[in-house]
Design a protein around this ligand. Structure first.
Ligand code: AMP
Ligand code: ZN
Length: 132
């Protein structure tokens, strides 16, 4: 699968700065930005800068990238105000969903790998990206 920038890919264009986005994180490998159509009070996407179409296109060579991507989710969720925390009594608060939509039956609309991070106080009144 190609991993270079694709001219017709909206997320490659966001990575290249050709389309504006509300960026919350940027490093050599990833960019994260707010979803334009949020499903909950907090909804952002973690996107590898290299073009990979879907999770199903990943193999062992992507293990480190995927691991880093997953570990960014709780870190950025915390920064955005939807981190999961356990108080001194053992009660958990906050939290988020982290999901990859893959393929048509998975509801994938943008074919550039991305991890949704969705959280904030319930009820969530936005579109149902996943059964809440
Ligand atoms: P998926 O269905 O998993 O492919 O999700 C694609 C997500 O990208 C949707 O939640 C869209 O709202 C979001 N999206 C599409 N275009 C943009 C954009 N220009 N900026 C931010 N988010 C976008
Ligand atoms: Zn792309």
């Amino acid at each position: 699968m190609p991993e270079k920038k694709l001219d017709n890919c909206i997320f490659c264009k966001i990575v290249a700065g050709q389309i504006p986005s509300k960026v919350i994180y940027d490093d050599d490998d990833f960019i994260a930005f707010h979803d334009i159509n949020p499903a909950a009070p907090i909804h952002f996407l973690i996107v590898p800068k290299k073009h990979i179409s879907t999770l199903s296109d990943c193999d062992d060579s992507h293990a480190a990238l995927l691991g880093k991507m997953m570990l960014l989710a709780p870190k950025l969720a915390q920064q955005q105000g939807c981190g999961y925390e356990v108080d001194g009594n053992g009660s958990g608060t906050g939290g988020f969903k982290a999901l990859f939509n893959t393929g048509p039956d998975g509801g994938q609309e943008v074919y550039h790998l991305h991890l949704h991070v969705i959280g904030g106080p319930r009820p969530w009144r936005g579109r149902t990206i996943v059964a809440a």
